[in-house]
Write a protein that binds this ligand. Structure first.
Ligand SMILES: [Zn+2]
Length: 363
């Protein structure tokens, strides 16, 4: 396999390659049935590859496809790391936990959301408390979900969004649309009103392989933000905090410190990292938690693709010419199926995994 070939054509081939690479690397496999099916009608699964001693004090937890379609990238990197023998350099005190396709439904359907139309990375709020409010999103909701997807309607929606960005700023528009909303189940970046199946699966994986460790390094692998093919690490990395100092020491370059208004990402609620921190808050486990983001295309292109996909599943027909065109648009927006992109992503992904493994093992 060349490094370009680590990156899959679809969820099924990604899963097969991951399982085969894990087997080759001598990993144990745990499989979780999501209880839903892909577009081919067959069940979809989350698979976990486990490498290293069961009682190792440090756990390196890598999670992919929190945002379904973004899993093409994460799948390729984890498969490559196992397939190429890189994982054999695992320090004796580290256990590697590679999660393939947490939101396997979204991966299989080439969607960012779960089967519940929920953004899993906004779903980890405390649902017993009042949900965060996003009144500006409510104003824009009819623009985001028009009745039809004719050229004229799409152009009108785009124009209204552009007007909003001009009046306020593109960052403000991005924050409203992507920060998370809990009032429109048929909208974009909907955080849900209860834990999704994928959230419960993640929590089960954490109970089984993370709780009890001395330290967990958590990397959640995403795409869609940043420069084409560039991989940045986002998280609470302020210098002077134990977390920030550790992250800087381990990863050195490519850390984006989110000072006010400076991060690539808008402020988010209910992230998977916050869920992990909440679970481990009253335990002795230290956490270093970062999001890896690989850039694809512009924020505008990515947002329009997600708006189109949301319309398709709410009001359109996936199995139609328009449906197939929108699916191709979403896939491209979050997974540029180009050799140069895959090459950049592989080299950077491998670098991050190597550094994570060595940093965690030697700290
Ligand atoms: Zn993402």
């Amino acid at each position: 396999m060349t490094h370009i070939e680590y990156f899959p054509h679809d969820y099924r081939s990604g899963r097969a390659a991951f399982l085969s690479a894990a087997d080759k690397a001598g990993a144990q496999i745990a499989t979780y049935d999501a209880g839903s099916t892909g577009p081919d009608g067959d069940p979809v699964f989350t698979d976990v590859a486990l490498l290293g001693r069961e009682d190792a004090p440090y756990v390196f937890l890598c999670n992919t496809a929190t945002h379904g379609v973004e899993g093409f990238c994460g799948s390729g990197i984890l498969t490559g790391f196992l397939e190429s023998g890189e994982a054999s350099a695992l320090p004796d005190n580290v256990r590697m936990v590679f999660v393939h396709a947490l939101n396997c439904h979204g991966f299989a359907w080439v969607r960012r959301v779960t089967e519940e139309n929920v953004d899993l990375n906004r779903n980890f709020v405390d649902h017993d408390q009042p949900h965060p409010k996003n009144p500006e999103y409510t104003k824009l909701h009819p623009v985001i979900l028009p009745e039809d997807w004719e050229d004229k309607t799409v152009a009108a929606s785009k124009e209204k969004l552009e007007r909003y960005a001009t009046k306020h700023s593109l960052y403000k528009l991005q924050s409203i649309l992507t920060g998370g909303q809990y009032a429109h189940p048929d909208g974009i970046f909907f955080g849900g009103t209860e834990p999704t199946g994928a959230q419960l699966r993640f929590r089960q994986i954490v109970e089984e392989y993370v709780v009890g460790a001395e330290h967990v390094l958590f990397l959640d692998w995403h795409t869609g933000l940043g420069a084409y093919g560039a991989g940045e690490l986002l998280g609470m990395t302020r210098p002077g905090s134990p977390h920030g100092d550790r992250a800087s020491k381990w990863f050195i370059n490519g850390l984006a410190t989110p000072a006010e208004g400076q991060s690539l990402s808008a402020p988010l609620s209910g992230t998977i990292g916050s869920g992990l921190r909440r679970r481990l808050a009253d335990t002795d486990t230290d956490i270093t938690s970062l999001t890896v983001e690989f850039g694809t295309y512009s924020v505008r292109d990515v947002l329009m693709a997600l708006i189109a996909d949301n319309w398709l599943h709410a009001k359109g027909e996936v199995d139609s010419d328009l449906g197939r065109a929108i699916k191709a648009q979403v896939r491209k927006a979050l997974y540029p199926d180009e050799d140069d992109w895959k090459e950049l992503v592989w080299v950077r992904g491998r670098q991050i995994l190597r550094r994570g493994m060595i940093g965690l093992g030697g700290h």
